[in-house]
Ligand binder design. Structure first.
Ligand SMILES: [Fe+2]
Ligand SMILES: [Fe+2]
Length: 411
């Protein structure tokens, strides 16, 4: 009798185990091929192209992206064009690899709303929509974020959501580095995508790496730092910068504004030469440059005289209008600066901004206080920057939607 009971218990166990294996295992395989961490990125030709990247936990079979001009009717798949991605494997820890897939949609029409989706024949993302840029100068806005870096899921998410509430029509989001605290940790990047929600699927991101994107690793008994292994696979950014700095140094001309992304972590001299060359040939009304490390430091007792010496003269020479920076976990916005000194509102000069969107807070640095029009610390912030052919309007908002700082530049 007891033996029979034990036999039945064993039988039950094996039947349940078999059911779990046969039902759940294919389900988890299905889930593993579902596109995740989908993100749009700006390209160097924003009027006619758009980049999208996603990943799958296992090998995707026949991955593709589809795109069509958005319309009210739901039959979007009927005439969608197919793009085959470039796919690559990336190790996320010692015994797990994932597959990243990237596509650049090309030959798009300017100033047009498109619908796209990514996946394979059995696992699709939603149809997401984005608008291409106009060819000619037209008013537009974008949102800028200083370092998110810490508490990305719990506390940066509210900044992202408020930014989307205040400026839902922003054409792209612009990040000046230290996007996560440890660039080589997959879970921190995962927090970022969770905090973005679907926003990254409809608003292209424009990013550059900070020092935390260059994690320190021991290499033959000495510490070295390199761009983290996730950056290039998970973003598809322009490659029009100096050789060796692809997808970290680049420029985009967007409706009358030249936006330049610089990398303050390596090869600075090469970037100065490149910056000089692209600013010598710049037909845009406005020029906005960005680098993680600031020229005029606002945090702790920091100072970056080398960055002032290298980049200050180029910004002066070509009358760069605005420089967006992070790194110092405080807020500071200068008046117009030329040759290291404040100049009048109607003179040629450059405004330098340091901001932070995350939770790491530093004390204020009094070193350049005299150059600052507005300075503060302890707040999570984002900036909405609007450009028209005659006016550049800048607003700095807090996480709870208070207007913290603003100014305008006119030409
Ligand atoms: Fe930093
Ligand atoms: Fe930082």
């Amino acid at each position: 009798m007891i033996n029979q009971k034990i036999f039945l218990q064993h039988l039950c166990f094996h039947v349940i185990a078999f059911l779990i294996f046969t039902i759940l295992s294919p389900l988890s395989m299905l889930h593993a091929q579902q596109p995740e961490r989908i993100i749009l990125n700006v390209t160097a030709q924003p009027a006619t192209s758009m980049a999208v990247t996603w990943r799958t936990a296992t090998e995707a079979s026949d991955p593709k992206a589809e795109i069509t001009i958005a319309r009210a009717q739901p039959d979007l798949d009927e005439d969608a064009l197919k793009f085959i991605p470039t796919s690559e494997w990336v190790s996320i820890n010692e015994d797990q690899k994932v597959q990243y897939h990237s596509v650049v949609f090309t030959n798009l029409q300017p100033n047009t709303l498109y619908a796209y989706r990514v996946g394979d024949n059995d696992h699709w993302s939603p149809w997401n929509q984005f608008r291409t840029a106009s060819v000619q100068p037209e008013p537009f806005k974008f949102v800028n974020f200083g370092d998110p870096q810490n508490d990305i899921y719990s506390l940066c998410s509210r900044v992202f959501r408020m930014a989307y509430t205040i400026a839902p029509d922003a054409r792209f989001w612009h990040f000046v580095g230290d996007i996560v605290n440890h660039g080589d940790r997959d879970n921190e990047w995962g927090e970022l995508y969770d905090a973005f929600g679907w926003i990254a699927q409809v608003t292209p991101m424009m990013l550059l790496p900070g020092n935390h994107g260059y994690p320190k690793v021991m290499n033959s008994l000495k510490k070295e730092s390199h761009l983290n292994q996730f950056w290039r696979p998970q973003f598809t950014l322009p490659q029009n910068g100096p050789k060796g700095l692809e997808e970290t140094v680049y420029f985009v001309d967007y409706q009358g504004v030249r936006l330049i992304m610089l990398n303050g972590n390596e090869m600075l001299e090469e970037q100065v030469v490149w910056l000089d060359s692209i600013l010598a040939d710049n037909p845009n009304r406005w020029t906005i440059s960005a680098m993680h490390q600031p020229l005029y430091s606002t945090g702790r007792d920091r100072d970056n005289p080398k960055l002032q010496q290298l980049f200050g003269p180029i910004y002066d020479k070509y009358h760069v209008d605005l420089v967006l920076q992070g790194h110092d976990h405080t807020y500071g916005r200068t008046g117009k600066i030329f040759n290291g000194k404040l100049v009048g509102d109607n003179e040629q000069g450059t405004v330098y901004v340091v901001s932070v969107s995350g939770t790491k807070i530093y004390d204020l640095n009094p070193r350049y206080e005299k150059l600052m029009e507005k300075i503060g610390t302890g707040r999570q912030l984002f900036q909405v920057i609007s450009a028209t052919p005659k006016k550049l309007s800048y607003e700095s908002w807090t996480a709870n939607s208070e207007l913290f700082d603003q100014f305008e530049l006119k030409k």
